[in-house]
Structures are given as structure tokens and as C-alpha cells.
Design a protein. Structure first.
Length: 288
């Protein structure tokens, strides 16, 4: 009987010791609901964004990436330096979460208290001030198509500007590419002889779009006596406006023999000769 009581007491002590793990600290919680992106309309264009996540750093240590809105456990106590970075889906792909390198972070001091919540309703980011805006087009200044020209494709159709308020993303105009059984190809490219894009930089094409048929966005390498089409991304239909961040850096880096690049958009008539339409707005080719 005494042996049974001793064994029971020993098991109880062992349970108490193992259940009272001193390393299991109570976290504080950081709640982040929204993000705001600011820009200078005159020099940086539209502030339209598509931020999906917040990347959190505490005292310069990466804590994690969290989908917004987020309730984040933080195993820290006291006042800490917190950095919040805006996270995007690079190239619109759900598997490519990335902290956007062209947005500045939101940095603030937060006093973390275990068991208590700190709420940041909206964290604020903006474009870095020294970015290179190689090309920006919002189609508001030029009634004949802004920064576009025809490329030398047969039966090409210069996309007219859409002025219907149902189709325009913001402002009063966007670009409308339309093909049908007569004009079966729309291949439009940026004006001029191309842009110098520097290798080793973060280079992104930002844009708003909607479409009822797939289309291609790419770079056109301007060689001495030739052009090289470099497809970057094939878009699937989207019947509502979307914002996308396209990383073109690797295409610039790998085409080391190309001195200048144009941006092109390519749309062809679907099988059967029916119509297809693409709308584009707020096009930015920017780098650090």
C-alpha cells in the first residue's frame, strides 16, 4: 500500500514538473488590419496597390510573414523596434510571396506586454524617393494613346482609348486593346528606341488590367539590326480590374547583349474569330 502511494506521488510530481515548462512564455499580440500606400501623383503616379501580407521584423530579426488582416503572437517584452514591410504576390502568383523592394517600410517602437494586444489599424508605406521611373503611362494626358505606338506586325490594330466609365479603372481613360475577325492581332509597344535597363537592379512593371482573353506582356530587346521578343508573363482572363507587380529583372539580366528594351503587349483573336478585349491602366516601369 505504501508502495502504491509513493508511486502515485512520484508520478504526480513528474507531471507537475513537465507541465510547468519555464520556456513556454505567454506572448504579446500585434494586430494589423490594413495597409496604406502613398505616392506623389506628379512624380510617382497612382498609389493603387495590391498588398496581401505584412512582413514583420522585431529588433531587426525576421518574425514572419502574415496575411492581412493579421493577429501576430510576439514572444517579446518591453519596448522594441518594429519594421513592417508590404508583401505582394510577385507576378500575381500565389506561391511567390515577396516583400516589395520598392516600397519603404513602416518603422515604429512598440511596448509589448505579455497577454496584451497592440493594434495598428493601418500601417503606412510609400515608394522610395530615389527610384528610377523609366516609364509611366496613365493615359490621361494624350487623347491618341499616351506612350504607345504600333509595332511592325501585319494587320495590326492600334488599341483605342476606352472612355466608358464602366471600363476605366480610375481617371477618365485607360487603354483598350481589341481584336476580332478582321483585326486579328494587337501588338503594341512603347515609343522611341527603347530604354536602358540596368542589370543587377530590382526592375518591376506595375499595372492595372482586366481582360476577357489571355494576353502576353514582354520585353522587346532592341539590337543593332534586329528585335528580340522576350515574353515575360501570360495573363489569364480576369473580368475585374487587378493590380499586378511583374518582376522583369531576370529577363534583363539574362539578355546581357541587349542595350535597350521596349515593353510590349500582345493580344490575338481567339479560335473561331470571335472578339477579345484587354484594358490597361497605370503602367509603371520602375527600378531601384
Amino acid at each position: 500500500m505504501k508502495y502504491s502511494h509513493s508511486l502515485l506521488l512520484l508520478l504526480l510530481v513528474a507531471f507537475v514538473i513537465t507541465s510547468c515548462n519555464p520556456d513556454e512564455r505567454e506572448p504579446a499580440y500585434l494586430i494589423i488590419n490594413n495597409v496604406s500606400v502613398s505616392s506623389n501623383p506628379q512624380t510617382q503616379g497612382s498609389n493603387c496597390s495590391n498588398v496581401k501580407d505584412v512582413w514583420v521584423y522585431v529588433d531587426n530579426q525576421y518574425l514572419g510573414t502574415y496575411q492581412l488582416p493579421a493577429r501576430i503572437p510576439v514572444l517579446e517584452e518591453g519596448t522594441k523596434n518594429v519594421i513592417l514591410r508590404a508583401g505582394i504576390l510577385e507576378n500575381g502568383i500565389s506561391a511567390t510571396h515577396s516583400a516589395y523592394p520598392l516600397y519603404k517600410s513602416d518603422t515604429r517602437s512598440i511596448n509589448f506586454i505579455p497577454g496584451q494586444e497592440t493594434t495598428i489599424d493601418t500601417f503606412n508605406v510609400a515608394y522610395f524617393p530615389a527610384l528610377i521611373y523609366t516609364w509611366y503611362e496613365d493615359f490621361e494626358k494624350d487623347a491618341i494613346g499616351g506612350g504607345f505606338s504600333l509595332s511592325p506586325e501585319p494587320n495590326n490594330n492600334l488599341a483605342p482609348l476606352a472612355t466608358d466609365s464602366v471600363d476605366v479603372f480610375e481617371g477618365v481613360r485607360c487603354l483598350k486593346m481589341k481584336v476580332d475577325g478582321t483585326n486579328y492581332v494587337s501588338d503594341i509597344e512603347t515609343n522611341g528606341d527603347g530604354y536602358v535597363l540596368y542589370r543587377g537592379k530590382d526592375i518591376y512593371l506595375e499595372m492595372n488590367y482586366k481582360c476577357d482573353h489571355e494576353f502576353t506582356v514582354g520585353l522587346r530587346g532592341m539590337l543593332a539590326n534586329d528585335k528580340r521578343n522576350i515574353p515575360v508573363l501570360l495573363f489569364n482572363p480576369s473580368y475585374t480590374w487587378k493590380k499586378i507587380y511583374i518582376n522583369v529583372s531576370k529577363f534583363v539580366n539574362s539578355n546581357y547583349d541587349v542595350p535597350k528594351f521596349k515593353v510590349y503587349f500582345y493580344l490575338t483573336t481567339p479560335p473561331g474569330g470571335s472578339e477579345a478585349t484587354v484594358y490597361l491602366d497605370n503602367l509603371k516601369l520602375i527600378s531601384n
